[in-house]
Design a binder for this molecule. Structure first.
Ligand code: SAH
Ligand code: SF4
Ligand code: F3S
Length: 437
């Protein structure tokens, strides 16, 4: 059988999609981890920031060399960049034999066949229905313990800076039956943790024959499948974080106590321009609700610095909301203008890059302090960890995560990957907790 090598960039949704792609092609190709022996290389791409796209262009230059060495090698580009740049990519990147957008993966066998006959082929049609719901992903890169399960696709929010609604199309949910079926199979294979994925999971909604399923209801259904199965989710938009969902997280021990709640900015002026639909105050009200109902819950976030017109005061509002919430962890970015978005049409990208860098550094430094303070509060506490693998530093040590999604390193002793172990934290760095078991 021919050999397929897949390289994935971008968000967890893309990693989940690559598993779907591997499944669609499994009759034609077996997977390889050695790019040298590949007959087909697929690059699953991300368009979220300019840097992400530059990285892919650079990678395509490198792939040209492989193609010179092996004439029969085919290279295909998948994902958000395929959607954003469409046919233009085929013209400017001769290394590509075909491109397929995020809703076009079922047509991959056809695209590959067409391109073998000398046609450059592409399919970047977006769909209102496609959820790949009957396709069982091939978990080729998983650790055998923890898996991603895609439950919805697309996004309807149109935050003014963001390219995702254009690259992923309209929001659509996958049927509960196929989601539960997929998790049932994971349980049979001894998986212990699932992360339910979507760009905006809490707007998950399914209605069929009088049965209505909200995201909170779906979470409860998954949590009830097995007390030994940990359930996580990503990402939730603050505007849809319902009391029902917070109560559901509180009700089940096996729903992890960690909520990723991207704030983007602490300034009402910026939030309004970003079209985030919440205010600083309504965001903080959700945080108070989480802290009241889930006292041990970690809260993590995404932050953008240097959005159009961001003043120093606006920036200080971001720093102060970070302190007020006390995030456990944050993904922090400089604003990157994306063609086609509302912001690119209406708001100038007017903060100089050096100033964006300076603000980003401030945000990163503050998050370092907050993460360290949070970790110091954990010293002396005992947590249940799900063991994921050997620690990078030493084979005598294992690592796993607690419910709050913090990485904990502890002595191997007789513990196995996939075990739940109770460990007591003795020391910490800003990034990890060290423990005894
Ligand atoms: N759907 C998720 C996030 C998807 S993208 C949500 O809304 O929470 C992940 C993160 O990338 C966003 O939360 C945002 O912080 C960042 N991001 C998106 N577009 C960006 C842009 N144009 N420039 C910089 N960061 C961006
Ligand atoms: Fe982008 Fe906003 Fe949708 Fe998130 S919710 S994917 S930031 S448009
Ligand atoms: Fe990137 Fe597309 Fe995900 S733009 S962040 S791969 S949805």
């Amino acid at each position: 059988m021919k050999k397929l090598f897949i390289e994935t960039y971008g968000c967890q949704m893309n990693f989940a999609d690559s598993e779907v792609v591997a499944s669609i092609l499994k009759e034609m190709y077996s997977l390889t981890k050695d790019i040298q022996e590949a007959d087909l290389i697929l690059i699953n791409t991300c368009s979220i920031r300019d840097k992400a796209e530059q990285r892919i262009h650079k990678r395509l230059r490198e792939l040209e060399a492989y193609k010179r060495k092996k004439r029969t090698l085919q290279v295909g580009l998948l994902g958000c960049m395929a959607e954003r740049m469409k046919e233009e990519l085929l013209q400017t990147e001769p290394v590509l034999d075909f491109i397929a957008g995020p809703d076009a993966y079922r047509s991959l066998p056809q695209l590959i066949a067409d391109s073998q006959h000398g046609h450059t082929s592409f399919n970047v049609l977006l769909s209102k229905e496609e959820t790949y719901d009957n396709i069982m992903p091939v978990r080729y890169d998983a650790n055998g313990v923890s898996a991603f399960v895609s439950i919805m696709r697309g996004c309807n929010n149109f935050c003014s800076y963001c390219v995702v609604p254009y690259t992923r199309g309209r929001e659509r949910s996958r049927s509960p039956k196929t989601i539960l079926g997929e998790i049932e199979d994971l349980l049979k294979d001894n998986y212990k943790e699932v992360t339910l994925l979507g760009q905006n999971v809490n707007s998950y909604y399914w209605k069929e024959e009088g049965q209505e399923v909200s995201f909170a209801k779906l979470m409860a259904m998954v949590a009830e499948m097995s007390p030994d199965l940990r359930v996580r989710f990503a990402t939730s938009h603050p505007k849809d974080l319902s009391d029902e969902l917070i109560e559901t997280i509180a009700r089940y021990d096996n729903i992890c106590k960690c909520i990723h709640l991207p704030v983007q900015s602490g300034s009402d002026e910026m939030l309004q321009k970003m079209r985030r639909v919440y205010t600083r105050e309504s965001y903080l009200e959700r945080v108070r609700k989480i802290k009241e109902m889930l006292p041990n819950c970690a809260i993590t976030t995404d932050i953008i610095v240097g959005f159009s017109g961001e003043t120093i005061d606006n920036h200080h509002d971001t720093l102060s909301i970070m302190r007020e919430v006390g995030y456990e962890y944050a993904y922090m970015f400089k604003y990157s203008e994306r063609g086609g978005t509302l912001a690119s049409k209406q708001y100038p990208d007017d903060i100089p890059d050096e100033e964006k860098t300076r603000r980003l550094e401030e945000v990163i430094a503050l998050q370092g302090e907050l993460s360290m303070a949070s970790n110091l509060r954990d010293v002396g506490k005992t947590f249940r960890v799900l063991v994921e693998g050997a620690s990078k530093r030493s084979d005598d040590q294992l690592f796993g995560r607690n419910s709050q999604n913090k990485v904990i390193i502890f002595p191997r002793e007789n513990h196995q990957i996939g075990d739940y172990v109770d460990v007591t934290v003795t020391e910490c760095t800003p990034a990890t907790l060290l423990a005894n078991s």
